[in-house]
Design a protein around this ligand. Sequence first.
Ligand SMILES: Cc1ncc(COP(=O)(O)O)c(C=O)c1O
Length: 508
Amino acid sequence: MSIVTSGPAVSSRALGVLLDSWRASSSPGYAALADRIRLLVLDGRLSVGTRLPSERDLATHLGVSRTTVAAAYAALRDAGHVTSLRGSGSVVRLPDQAKVRSTRPAAEGDVLDFTKAAMPAVGGIAEAAQRAAGRLGAYLSEPGYDTVGRPVLREAIAARYRARGLETSADQIVVTLGAQHAIALLARVLVGRGDRAVVETPGYPHAFEALRAAGARLAPVSVTVDEGWDESALLQTLRRTSPPVAYLMPDFHNPTGATMPEAQRVRVLEAAADEGTIVIADETMAELVVGGPRGASFPGAGAGAGAGAGAGTSAGAAVLAAARPLPMAAYGPAVTIGSVGKSLWGGLRIGWIRAERPLVERLVRARSAGDLGTPVLEQLIVADLLGDMDGVLEARSRQLRHGRDRLVAGLRSAFPGWSVPSPAGGLTTWVGLGAPVSSQLVLAARRHGLLLAAGPMFGVDGAFERFLRVPYSYPDDETDRALAALAAAWDGIDGVQAPRGALMAEVV
Ligand SMILES: Cc1ncc(COP(=O)(O)O)c(C=O)c1O
């Protein structure tokens, strides 16, 4: 039995925001409320040890009877997600493994984890690791760690920026432990307690966490699949709040897949510079060009990036290279984050920050409070593979195009009432469900052995109950099993009348 202590409390108001449209389901009020709280726990949005509001407070805030809240808390206690501590009320906990297993019909090994938008390792990593091991001898007489990165990798990363059209020298690069580490390090150095940080909503949830952990108050600006960035809101928010940082994903934005047009990049960077705001452009997805099914091109590509190059019409490396967007810092002052986590393999844990030298120096000084550097062998592996990125990206693009077309066709055919975009890049599609049932659907999918991230995960304070992020980066058999699990889950949830078509009838 796990020991649970009481941690911080969540107020009725804060919980109400996280719960968003919990009433949308037609299941009894208490069950819908319990389900939503359960998902907040599973997603980590309510951390273990958090004290829930009293039944009376929450009932008053939500405008429901106290019996409804009491029954919801009782259901959560029965499922092991809440425990009652004398004097501390109801506290969030994780259920015992036995209880978790009893809610999952699938054996542990059969569970599909689609909460990650990631790919298996690219071919050739083992060979590159062997070559890197052969070069390791030259480093073994040194201490072996530093907070900036090995010169050979910093130069290889700088060369990659130059190949993408942005003049860069090795001393502008800090090698990090993946892009997530880069976000957290920048947040720690650039954000003070109580500062504003502009973010996109929906957006990348672990960036929200890192910025909040550094003390930021998030100022969200909307991005949609069809319209991209709400530019007037973005510019106004910059002018109104003069934030020290704005964290943006201008290329194949996670989760919408939107790409910021070139002219908009210029305007946003100008407005940010006027306010003294540092734009952090997370380019983790930037090189994952999938292309359009009918030869559509990168929407923001202008003269510099090779306008009109149709990544979908040719698998040639030259065409793909031309279709790739220029890095954000080519359009104005921006700090950029990169990673090989998606292009090569997440298991390498190599990312980086590209910045002007004074900021590089601040980052390197600040880093030692958290960690003392990036492992040398992994750096040598990545330096080796960066030499042939065009070939790697061409293979990735082919793989992703196939996965995207299969998933999109499967979803469109099985769920004609959903709106299923076919993104030109990145790893996921941001599906519109037509009803605010994302959390319910995700809970039902768990019971069919499929783990997904519900729409509200990507909102600053919940919301997005009408959306679901689905990755297309997995092998065919897993995508097909996920589609089948989604179909079974959709049939089983309440309050959904949308028709369903034949599963996988027209998969290409
Ligand atoms: C937008 C974005 N930034 C950063 C990361 C983290 O990448 P890394 O694995 O390099 O830490 C991810 C991973 O999904 C991501 O989607």
